[in-house]
Design a protein around this ligand. Structure first.
Ligand SMILES: [Zn+2]
Length: 386
Protein backbone atom coordinates (compact mmCIF):
# COMPACT_ATOMS: atom_id res chain seq x y z
CA UNK A 1 0.00 0.00 0.00
CA UNK A 2 1.09 3.55 -0.66
CA UNK A 3 2.37 5.75 0.65
CA UNK A 4 1.89 5.41 4.38
CA UNK A 5 2.07 1.61 4.67
CA UNK A 6 -0.86 1.72 7.09
CA UNK A 7 -0.45 -0.89 9.80
CA UNK A 8 -2.82 -3.84 9.50
CA UNK A 9 -5.60 -3.79 12.09
CA UNK A 10 -4.90 -7.33 13.21
CA UNK A 11 -1.56 -9.09 13.33
CA UNK A 12 -1.93 -11.98 15.80
CA UNK A 13 -3.16 -15.16 14.09
CA UNK A 14 -6.08 -15.58 16.53
CA UNK A 15 -7.36 -12.03 15.96
CA UNK A 16 -6.96 -12.47 12.23
CA UNK A 17 -8.97 -15.69 12.25
CA UNK A 18 -11.77 -14.21 14.39
CA UNK A 19 -12.13 -11.02 12.37
CA UNK A 20 -12.04 -12.88 9.05
CA UNK A 21 -14.74 -15.33 10.14
CA UNK A 22 -16.98 -12.60 11.56
CA UNK A 23 -16.57 -10.46 8.44
CA UNK A 24 -17.57 -13.22 6.08
CA UNK A 25 -19.93 -15.39 8.15
CA UNK A 26 -20.83 -13.48 11.34
CA UNK A 27 -22.49 -12.97 13.73
CA UNK A 28 -21.16 -16.03 15.59
CA UNK A 29 -21.04 -17.01 19.25
CA UNK A 30 -17.69 -17.43 21.02
CA UNK A 31 -18.42 -21.17 21.23
CA UNK A 32 -18.98 -21.31 17.48
CA UNK A 33 -15.85 -19.22 16.85
CA UNK A 34 -13.84 -21.60 19.03
CA UNK A 35 -15.19 -24.59 17.15
CA UNK A 36 -14.50 -23.06 13.74
CA UNK A 37 -11.01 -21.77 14.50
CA UNK A 38 -9.82 -24.59 16.76
CA UNK A 39 -8.92 -21.98 19.41
CA UNK A 40 -9.90 -22.22 23.08
CA UNK A 41 -12.80 -20.10 24.38
CA UNK A 42 -10.29 -18.23 26.54
CA UNK A 43 -8.19 -17.40 23.46
CA UNK A 44 -11.32 -16.23 21.63
CA UNK A 45 -12.37 -13.95 24.49
CA UNK A 46 -8.84 -12.54 24.87
CA UNK A 47 -8.37 -11.92 21.15
CA UNK A 48 -11.79 -10.38 20.62
CA UNK A 49 -11.29 -7.87 23.44
CA UNK A 50 -9.06 -5.34 21.57
CA UNK A 51 -11.35 -5.51 18.52
CA UNK A 52 -14.36 -4.75 20.76
CA UNK A 53 -12.45 -1.93 22.47
CA UNK A 54 -11.53 -0.44 19.07
CA UNK A 55 -15.17 -0.54 18.01
CA UNK A 56 -14.75 -3.13 15.23
CA UNK A 57 -16.78 -5.80 17.02
CA UNK A 58 -19.77 -5.67 19.34
CA UNK A 59 -21.81 -8.14 21.34
CA UNK A 60 -25.38 -8.79 20.30
CA UNK A 61 -28.10 -9.16 22.95
CA UNK A 62 -28.05 -12.60 24.56
CA UNK A 63 -29.92 -15.39 22.88
CA UNK A 64 -30.75 -18.82 24.23
CA UNK A 65 -29.59 -21.53 21.83
CA UNK A 66 -32.47 -23.83 22.91
CA UNK A 67 -35.01 -23.99 25.73
CA UNK A 68 -33.21 -25.07 28.89
CA UNK A 69 -29.85 -25.02 27.11
CA UNK A 70 -28.17 -23.25 30.00
CA UNK A 71 -26.44 -19.90 30.01
CA UNK A 72 -27.54 -17.64 27.13
CA UNK A 73 -24.79 -16.65 24.67
CA UNK A 74 -23.93 -13.22 23.30
CA UNK A 75 -22.95 -13.63 19.63
CA UNK A 76 -20.19 -11.37 18.34
CA UNK A 77 -20.81 -9.22 15.27
CA UNK A 78 -18.81 -6.81 13.14
CA UNK A 79 -19.72 -3.14 13.60
CA UNK A 80 -20.05 -2.47 9.87
CA UNK A 81 -19.92 1.33 10.12
CA UNK A 82 -16.71 1.40 12.14
CA UNK A 83 -14.69 1.93 8.96
CA UNK A 84 -15.48 2.64 5.31
CA UNK A 85 -13.57 1.79 2.14
CA UNK A 86 -13.52 3.41 -1.27
CA UNK A 87 -13.26 1.32 -4.43
CA UNK A 88 -12.76 2.56 -7.99
CA UNK A 89 -12.95 0.50 -11.16
CA UNK A 90 -11.15 1.95 -14.17
CA UNK A 91 -12.65 0.67 -17.42
CA UNK A 92 -11.65 1.56 -20.98
CA UNK A 93 -14.06 4.50 -21.14
CA UNK A 94 -15.40 5.22 -17.65
CA UNK A 95 -14.73 5.24 -13.92
CA UNK A 96 -17.03 3.73 -11.28
CA UNK A 97 -16.63 4.43 -7.57
CA UNK A 98 -18.28 3.16 -4.42
CA UNK A 99 -18.03 3.51 -0.66
CA UNK A 100 -18.43 0.20 1.16
CA UNK A 101 -18.77 -0.66 4.82
CA UNK A 102 -16.77 -3.32 6.63
CA UNK A 103 -18.84 -6.16 5.21
CA UNK A 104 -18.66 -4.77 1.67
CA UNK A 105 -22.17 -3.32 1.71
CA UNK A 106 -22.30 -0.53 -0.89
CA UNK A 107 -23.29 2.78 0.72
CA UNK A 108 -22.76 5.23 -2.17
CA UNK A 109 -21.86 4.96 -5.84
CA UNK A 110 -20.94 7.36 -8.64
CA UNK A 111 -19.60 7.12 -12.19
CA UNK A 112 -17.87 9.35 -14.74
CA UNK A 113 -17.10 8.94 -18.42
CA UNK A 114 -13.43 9.35 -19.25
CA UNK A 115 -12.79 12.41 -21.39
CA UNK A 116 -10.72 12.57 -24.57
CA UNK A 117 -7.51 12.66 -22.54
CA UNK A 118 -6.97 9.17 -21.11
CA UNK A 119 -3.39 9.70 -20.02
CA UNK A 120 -2.50 8.50 -16.51
CA UNK A 121 -2.42 12.11 -15.23
CA UNK A 122 -5.87 12.97 -16.61
CA UNK A 123 -7.47 9.73 -15.38
CA UNK A 124 -5.83 10.15 -11.99
CA UNK A 125 -7.26 13.69 -11.65
CA UNK A 126 -10.77 12.51 -12.59
CA UNK A 127 -10.47 9.55 -10.24
CA UNK A 128 -9.60 11.82 -7.30
CA UNK A 129 -12.62 14.04 -8.12
CA UNK A 130 -14.86 10.98 -8.11
CA UNK A 131 -13.43 9.78 -4.79
CA UNK A 132 -14.35 13.20 -3.34
CA UNK A 133 -17.89 12.85 -4.68
CA UNK A 134 -18.54 9.49 -2.99
CA UNK A 135 -16.79 10.49 0.23
CA UNK A 136 -18.93 13.65 0.41
CA UNK A 137 -22.12 11.57 0.38
CA UNK A 138 -21.97 11.25 4.19
CA UNK A 139 -19.71 13.04 6.72
CA UNK A 140 -18.98 9.67 8.37
CA UNK A 141 -17.38 8.40 5.17
CA UNK A 142 -14.55 10.93 5.09
CA UNK A 143 -14.02 10.68 8.82
CA UNK A 144 -13.69 6.89 8.86
CA UNK A 145 -12.09 6.03 5.50
CA UNK A 146 -8.38 5.21 5.27
CA UNK A 147 -8.19 2.79 2.37
CA UNK A 148 -8.81 3.12 -1.35
CA UNK A 149 -8.71 0.17 -3.73
CA UNK A 150 -8.36 0.59 -7.49
CA UNK A 151 -9.20 -2.18 -9.96
CA UNK A 152 -7.95 -1.95 -13.53
CA UNK A 153 -7.73 -4.50 -16.31
CA UNK A 154 -4.31 -5.53 -17.53
CA UNK A 155 -1.02 -6.46 -15.95
CA UNK A 156 -0.84 -4.96 -12.46
CA UNK A 157 2.05 -5.23 -10.00
CA UNK A 158 0.07 -5.00 -6.77
CA UNK A 159 3.10 -5.08 -4.47
CA UNK A 160 4.74 -2.18 -6.30
CA UNK A 161 1.44 -0.33 -6.87
CA UNK A 162 2.15 -0.08 -10.60
CA UNK A 163 0.07 -0.72 -13.70
CA UNK A 164 2.58 -2.40 -16.00
CA UNK A 165 0.23 -2.72 -18.96
CA UNK A 166 -3.34 -1.68 -19.64
CA UNK A 167 -5.54 -1.16 -22.67
CA UNK A 168 -5.66 2.56 -21.86
CA UNK A 169 -3.43 4.48 -24.28
CA UNK A 170 -0.01 5.37 -22.94
CA UNK A 171 -0.41 3.33 -19.75
CA UNK A 172 2.93 1.58 -19.44
CA UNK A 173 4.45 1.08 -15.99
CA UNK A 174 2.33 3.76 -14.31
CA UNK A 175 2.98 4.27 -10.54
CA UNK A 176 -0.76 4.67 -9.99
CA UNK A 177 -0.89 3.86 -6.26
CA UNK A 178 1.70 6.52 -5.41
CA UNK A 179 0.02 9.12 -7.67
CA UNK A 180 -3.42 8.62 -6.12
CA UNK A 181 -2.11 8.30 -2.57
CA UNK A 182 -0.34 11.65 -2.93
CA UNK A 183 -3.51 13.32 -4.20
CA UNK A 184 -6.03 11.79 -1.77
CA UNK A 185 -3.99 11.11 1.38
CA UNK A 186 -5.50 7.61 1.48
CA UNK A 187 -3.61 4.36 1.57
CA UNK A 188 -3.98 2.89 -1.92
CA UNK A 189 -3.96 -0.68 -3.29
CA UNK A 190 -4.04 -1.32 -7.05
CA UNK A 191 -5.01 -4.73 -8.39
CA UNK A 192 -6.04 -6.38 -11.62
CA UNK A 193 -9.84 -6.02 -11.89
CA UNK A 194 -10.63 -9.72 -12.28
CA UNK A 195 -8.48 -10.58 -9.27
CA UNK A 196 -10.21 -7.88 -7.19
CA UNK A 197 -13.63 -9.21 -8.19
CA UNK A 198 -12.51 -12.73 -7.31
CA UNK A 199 -11.52 -11.64 -3.80
CA UNK A 200 -14.86 -9.86 -3.31
CA UNK A 201 -16.78 -12.89 -4.49
CA UNK A 202 -14.65 -15.20 -2.33
CA UNK A 203 -15.14 -13.18 0.84
CA UNK A 204 -18.64 -11.80 0.38
CA UNK A 205 -20.33 -13.70 -2.45
CA UNK A 206 -20.63 -17.18 -3.93
CA UNK A 207 -17.19 -18.26 -2.74
CA UNK A 208 -17.71 -17.77 1.02
CA UNK A 209 -16.09 -20.55 3.00
CA UNK A 210 -14.40 -22.24 0.04
CA UNK A 211 -10.69 -23.11 0.02
CA UNK A 212 -10.59 -23.67 -3.76
CA UNK A 213 -12.59 -21.24 -5.84
CA UNK A 214 -12.45 -19.69 -9.32
CA UNK A 215 -14.15 -16.80 -11.05
CA UNK A 216 -14.27 -16.57 -14.85
CA UNK A 217 -15.19 -13.44 -16.79
CA UNK A 218 -16.46 -13.59 -20.34
CA UNK A 219 -17.14 -10.78 -22.80
CA UNK A 220 -14.69 -8.30 -24.34
CA UNK A 221 -11.93 -10.24 -22.61
CA UNK A 222 -11.79 -13.71 -21.09
CA UNK A 223 -10.08 -13.94 -17.71
CA UNK A 224 -10.11 -15.75 -14.42
CA UNK A 225 -9.14 -15.34 -10.79
CA UNK A 226 -8.09 -18.33 -8.72
CA UNK A 227 -8.24 -19.01 -4.99
CA UNK A 228 -6.12 -21.86 -3.63
CA UNK A 229 -5.92 -22.73 0.08
CA UNK A 230 -8.16 -19.76 0.75
CA UNK A 231 -5.76 -17.30 -0.91
CA UNK A 232 -5.97 -15.47 -4.22
CA UNK A 233 -3.00 -16.59 -6.26
CA UNK A 234 -0.94 -14.22 -8.38
CA UNK A 235 1.76 -16.70 -9.37
CA UNK A 236 5.48 -16.07 -9.51
CA UNK A 237 5.12 -13.60 -12.37
CA UNK A 238 1.79 -12.08 -11.37
CA UNK A 239 -0.22 -13.53 -14.25
CA UNK A 240 -1.65 -16.76 -12.80
CA UNK A 241 -5.18 -17.39 -14.04
CA UNK A 242 -4.86 -16.16 -17.62
CA UNK A 243 -7.48 -18.60 -18.76
CA UNK A 244 -8.17 -16.51 -21.86
CA UNK A 245 -4.72 -17.35 -23.16
CA UNK A 246 -4.90 -21.12 -22.81
CA UNK A 247 -4.32 -22.29 -26.37
CA UNK A 248 -7.02 -24.80 -27.29
CA UNK A 249 -6.73 -24.91 -31.09
CA UNK A 250 -3.30 -24.97 -32.78
CA UNK A 251 -5.07 -24.24 -36.08
CA UNK A 252 -7.12 -21.43 -34.56
CA UNK A 253 -6.88 -17.67 -35.07
CA UNK A 254 -3.87 -15.62 -33.96
CA UNK A 255 -4.49 -13.87 -30.62
CA UNK A 256 -3.55 -10.26 -29.81
CA UNK A 257 -1.08 -11.76 -27.32
CA UNK A 258 0.86 -13.34 -30.20
CA UNK A 259 -0.12 -16.97 -29.55
CA UNK A 260 -2.41 -19.06 -31.73
CA UNK A 261 -5.80 -20.50 -30.81
CA UNK A 262 -6.25 -18.86 -27.40
CA UNK A 263 -9.72 -19.08 -25.82
CA UNK A 264 -9.92 -15.28 -26.06
CA UNK A 265 -8.98 -15.32 -29.76
CA UNK A 266 -12.05 -17.49 -30.39
CA UNK A 267 -14.55 -16.43 -27.74
CA UNK A 268 -14.14 -12.72 -26.97
CA UNK A 269 -16.91 -10.50 -28.34
CA UNK A 270 -14.47 -9.05 -30.91
CA UNK A 271 -13.43 -12.55 -31.98
CA UNK A 272 -17.05 -13.64 -32.46
CA UNK A 273 -17.74 -10.48 -34.50
CA UNK A 274 -14.66 -11.06 -36.67
CA UNK A 275 -15.63 -14.68 -37.33
CA UNK A 276 -19.09 -13.61 -38.53
CA UNK A 277 -17.65 -10.76 -40.62
CA UNK A 278 -15.33 -13.23 -42.36
CA UNK A 279 -18.07 -15.83 -42.88
CA UNK A 280 -20.64 -13.39 -44.27
CA UNK A 281 -18.30 -10.99 -46.09
CA UNK A 282 -20.06 -8.10 -44.28
CA UNK A 283 -17.14 -6.06 -42.99
CA UNK A 284 -19.19 -3.41 -41.22
CA UNK A 285 -21.07 -5.65 -38.79
CA UNK A 286 -20.64 -4.70 -35.14
CA UNK A 287 -21.12 -7.06 -32.20
CA UNK A 288 -24.77 -6.03 -31.66
CA UNK A 289 -25.54 -6.80 -35.32
CA UNK A 290 -23.94 -10.22 -34.87
CA UNK A 291 -26.06 -10.92 -31.79
CA UNK A 292 -29.20 -9.96 -33.72
CA UNK A 293 -28.21 -12.18 -36.63
CA UNK A 294 -27.65 -15.14 -34.31
CA UNK A 295 -30.96 -14.60 -32.52
CA UNK A 296 -32.75 -14.46 -35.86
CA UNK A 297 -31.26 -17.83 -36.77
CA UNK A 298 -28.42 -16.88 -39.13
CA UNK A 299 -26.30 -20.07 -39.38
CA UNK A 300 -22.89 -18.33 -39.60
CA UNK A 301 -23.62 -16.21 -36.53
CA UNK A 302 -25.01 -19.15 -34.61
CA UNK A 303 -21.91 -21.21 -35.49
CA UNK A 304 -19.62 -18.45 -34.26
CA UNK A 305 -21.34 -18.40 -30.86
CA UNK A 306 -21.32 -22.21 -30.70
CA UNK A 307 -17.57 -22.26 -31.36
CA UNK A 308 -17.02 -19.53 -28.75
CA UNK A 309 -19.09 -21.48 -26.22
CA UNK A 310 -17.06 -24.64 -26.83
CA UNK A 311 -13.83 -22.68 -26.38
CA UNK A 312 -15.02 -21.17 -23.09
CA UNK A 313 -16.29 -24.55 -21.80
CA UNK A 314 -12.99 -26.22 -22.70
CA UNK A 315 -11.02 -23.42 -21.03
CA UNK A 316 -13.05 -23.68 -17.81
CA UNK A 317 -12.70 -27.49 -17.79
CA UNK A 318 -8.91 -27.11 -18.14
CA UNK A 319 -8.85 -24.77 -15.16
CA UNK A 320 -11.09 -27.11 -13.12
CA UNK A 321 -8.96 -30.16 -13.98
CA UNK A 322 -5.83 -28.35 -12.81
CA UNK A 323 -7.13 -26.74 -9.61
CA UNK A 324 -10.21 -28.64 -8.52
CA UNK A 325 -12.26 -25.66 -7.29
CA UNK A 326 -15.42 -26.30 -5.29
CA UNK A 327 -17.29 -23.83 -7.44
CA UNK A 328 -16.72 -21.63 -10.50
CA UNK A 329 -18.55 -18.32 -10.85
CA UNK A 330 -19.03 -17.19 -14.44
CA UNK A 331 -19.60 -13.47 -14.89
CA UNK A 332 -18.94 -10.58 -17.26
CA UNK A 333 -20.96 -8.81 -19.95
CA UNK A 334 -20.76 -12.01 -22.05
CA UNK A 335 -23.63 -13.36 -19.92
CA UNK A 336 -25.93 -11.05 -21.92
CA UNK A 337 -25.58 -13.49 -24.82
CA UNK A 338 -25.68 -16.65 -22.71
CA UNK A 339 -28.80 -17.75 -24.61
CA UNK A 340 -26.59 -18.09 -27.70
CA UNK A 341 -23.68 -20.06 -26.28
CA UNK A 342 -24.62 -21.30 -22.81
CA UNK A 343 -25.53 -24.80 -23.92
CA UNK A 344 -22.21 -25.09 -25.79
CA UNK A 345 -20.27 -23.89 -22.75
CA UNK A 346 -21.98 -26.51 -20.58
CA UNK A 347 -21.57 -29.34 -23.11
CA UNK A 348 -17.86 -28.67 -23.67
CA UNK A 349 -17.33 -28.26 -19.93
CA UNK A 350 -18.96 -31.62 -19.19
CA UNK A 351 -17.06 -33.30 -22.03
CA UNK A 352 -13.62 -32.08 -20.88
CA UNK A 353 -13.84 -32.30 -17.09
CA UNK A 354 -11.89 -35.22 -15.69
CA UNK A 355 -14.04 -37.59 -13.60
CA UNK A 356 -14.99 -36.12 -10.21
CA UNK A 357 -13.84 -32.65 -11.28
CA UNK A 358 -17.15 -32.38 -13.14
CA UNK A 359 -18.93 -32.18 -9.77
CA UNK A 360 -17.80 -28.55 -9.65
CA UNK A 361 -20.87 -26.44 -10.50
CA UNK A 362 -20.76 -23.40 -12.77
CA UNK A 363 -22.69 -20.54 -11.18
CA UNK A 364 -23.80 -17.73 -13.47
CA UNK A 365 -23.58 -14.39 -11.75
CA UNK A 366 -24.42 -11.23 -13.69
CA UNK A 367 -22.54 -8.40 -11.95
CA UNK A 368 -23.18 -4.76 -12.86
CA UNK A 369 -20.25 -2.33 -13.10
CA UNK A 370 -20.73 -1.13 -9.52
CA UNK A 371 -19.83 -4.63 -8.36
CA UNK A 372 -16.40 -4.22 -9.92
CA UNK A 373 -15.91 -1.05 -7.86
CA UNK A 374 -17.05 -3.04 -4.82
CA UNK A 375 -14.33 -5.56 -5.65
CA UNK A 376 -11.84 -2.71 -5.53
CA UNK A 377 -13.16 -1.60 -2.12
CA UNK A 378 -12.67 -5.12 -0.78
CA UNK A 379 -8.94 -4.68 -1.47
CA UNK A 380 -9.05 -2.07 1.30
CA UNK A 381 -10.86 -4.45 3.68
CA UNK A 382 -8.14 -7.01 2.95
CA UNK A 383 -5.55 -4.42 3.92
CA UNK A 384 -6.80 -4.71 7.52
CA UNK A 385 -5.07 -8.10 7.57
CA UNK A 386 -1.35 -8.76 7.45
ZN1 LIG B 1 -3.76 -15.06 -26.28
Amino acid sequence: MFPNHAQPLVTAPAETAILALLLTEGPLSRVELARRTGLSSTAITKSARPLIDDGYLHELPPERTAPGAGRPVNPLAVTVEREFFVGVKISADALFATVCDLRAGMRATAGRDLGEDRSPEAVCALLCELVDVVLDADPAFRERTRHLGIAVSGDVDRAAGRVRYSVLPGWRDVPLAAMVARATGLSVTVENDVKALTVAEHWFGEGIGTEYFALVTIGAGIGSGLVVNGQLIAGAYGVAGEMGHISIDPAGPVCHCGQTGCVEAIASSDAIRDTVRAATGKKDLDFDDVVQLARSGDPAARDAFARAGRAIGTGIATLVNLLGPERVVVTGEGLDTYDLFGVHIKDAYAAHCFKAAAKCPLTLRPLPWEEWARGAAVLGIQALFP
